[in-house]
Design a protein around this ligand. Structure first.
Ligand SMILES: [Zn+2]
Length: 131
């Protein structure tokens, strides 16, 4: 049974956003910094949060080694941190070839299906407009 409404083909709503369970579970370590370190100094599985520049940076958790920069715009993103666990909503869709799609819930990566080429364009458009 389909519980979702099918959107137009190739749009963000055309397929359900199911959680991928058969991927390695990854736990990240949040680190609050003044400025985000340069790429060679960045460590894997570490979340660098700069409140001063309202940015969250980390290396793509799929292991492709690319840098994911998230602008913490309060209009579109919510970040919660209770001193130990960090949660970021909504999910992050990456336009790199790996097209990783995940969210960070209590320091852990929750994988969703990879975003499609068309969705990558949609995410880029959102990024261009909002950040
Ligand atoms: Zn990747």
């Amino acid at each position: 049974m389909r519980f979702w409404r099918w959107g137009k083909r190739g749009t963000r709503d055309s397929r359900p956003n199911y959680v991928v369970r058969n991927r390695e579970s990854i736990v990240l370590k949040p680190v609050f910094v003044e400025t985000i370190p340069q790429l060679p100094e960045m460590e894997d599985r570490t979340l660098y949060v700069s409140m001063r520049f309202a940015t969250l940076s980390h290396l793509c958790p799929c292991g492709c080694g690319r840098l994911v920069d998230v602008t913490l715009d309060p209009a579109t993103r919510s970040l919660t941190y209770d001193g130990e666990y960090l949660t970021l909503r909504p999910s992050i869709g990456v336009k790199f070839p790996c097209r990783s799609h995940y969210s960070i819930v209590r320091n852990a990566i929750i994988w969703y299906r990879p975003i499609s080429k068309w969705e990558a364009r949609w995410y880029n458009r959102v990024r261009a407009r909002w950040s």
